[in-house]
Ligand binder design. Structure first.
Ligand code: GN1
Ligand code: MG
Length: 360
């Protein structure tokens, strides 16, 4: 067992460590809260970076440094208070790098934002603010002076995700194909429509912009009044279609059930959340969005439950090599729940289109 306090000691922290304890429930990295013995010094968040997934840790941390530095500068220009609560601040290790390699694992350390809350569920009011916040996040990063690397190549490329599923089907490594054939067929019947973004991109009609690419609702910190403090989990910030941030937020926030709900009757798409989020997002992002981006927001709402169905199913077929699971069928349960959400989104498409028009 690795000694976490010793890991923290490799970083230049203020104060001293009293305790290190597990934090959050991300599916990729392991997170810990570092409690400071000194009450007037900050607590920290220690993370073990999932190196199997983020293979270029140097690029990863360079991206994150570029993003946080750029946002910090913008907040300073606006004379904002409590900036350490509004943008993540990473602590360098003893060699000056923003990560430390212990021979097996990569670690990083950031300042813990106090009195912040994450939500797995949000109401329409919070969703509205989340919409404004992600629109602002994209607009703040629109003029970032460096080109960000793709920390996971083809991360939200639907054609690529489908090809991964097709490979998984072919290999059938865990011998689970038979029980999921229904889902494979449902996915295939939507494949062309769902790869529309890649097609539009090739035709030069759709741009890529710097996006967050993991806008799950629990990747946002709120204060006790429900105001958004900060967007966290910046590993996947990279050039993508704006659909990424719009669609992935709704995939988590507008789901009336859980991402891995076993009871499919609980899973459906909540239009009140959609409306509030869309209103907020368009308010802060409309000035830079192209008509083709706005027009396709309802497509984005379907794309992400679809993509996540594909990703969970591929992982299930591969024998659970990517996502952390709590029980053997977990990825199958997730697949079914995401597919149910997709079906509900599809039923609401005309209503979504109408609403987007009414915002303009
Ligand atoms: C992962 O790290 P976490 O749990 O916030 C995943 C997302 C998925 C999500 C599904 C790097 O996010 O893309 O949408 O799980 N992140 C990566 O819950 O694959
Ligand atoms: Mg997360």
């Amino acid at each position: 067992m690795i000694n976490l306090t010793e890991v923290v000691s490799k970083f230049s922290i203020e104060g001293s460590v009293s305790e290190v304890k597990p934090l959050g429930n991300g599916l990729i990295n392991d997170s810990f809260r570092v409690i400071n013995r000194e009450v007037d010094q900050p607590d920290y968040v220690l993370q073990r970076i999932n190196h199997a997934i983020f293979q270029d840790v140097d690029m990863l941390q360079n991206n994150i440094q570029a993003v946080t530095t750029h946002i910090r500068k913008k907040l300073e220009e606006k004379n904002e208070q409590d900036i350490d609560w509004k943008v993540l601040r990473f602590i360098p290790a003893e060699d000056g790098k923003y990560y430390w390699f212990d021979g097996t694992s990569y670690w990083r350390l950031m300042v813990f934002i106090p009195d912040a809350i994450t939500h797995e569920v949000v109401n329409p009011e919070y969703s509205y603010y989340a919409g404004v916040a992600f629109g602002e996040f994209q607009s703040r990063l629109a003029d970032i002076p460096v080109e960000l690397g793709e920390t996971i190549p083809d991360f939200h490329n639907m054609e690529f995700r489908l090809s991964q599923l097709r490979d998984a089907v072919k290999a059938n490594a865990a011998n689970r194909l038979q029980e999921v054939e229904y889902y494979v067929n449902e996915i295939e019947s939507r494949a062309e429509e769902m790869c529309k973004a890649e097609q539009l991109y090739r035709e030069g009609k759709l741009p890529k912009r710097v996006c967050h690419c993991d806008t799950k609702v629990n990747n946002m910190l709120f204060d006790r009044n429900g105001d958004i403090l900060c967007v966290i989990d910046l590993d996947t910030v990279m050039p993508s279609f704006i659909f990424s941030d719009f669609g992935d937020f709704l995939r988590s926030a507008a789901n009336t059930g859980a991402e891995d709900d076993k009871d499919l009757n609980r899973v459906s798409f909540n239009m009140e959340i959609f409306k509030a989020f869309t209103k907020g997002y368009l308010e802060s992002a409309r000035s830079f969005l192209l008509p083709i981006e706005i027009e396709n927001l309802p497509y984005a709402a379907a794309l992400f439950p679809y993509m996540q169905t594909v990703r969970f199913l591929a992982d299930y077929l591969n024998g659970d090599t990517y996502y952390k699971i709590n029980y053997p069928e977990h990825n199958l349960v997730r697949t079914k729940a995401q597919f149910k959400l997709l079906q509900s989104v599809e039923e609401h498409t005309p209503e979504m289109k109408e609403f987007v028009q009414s915002c303009l």
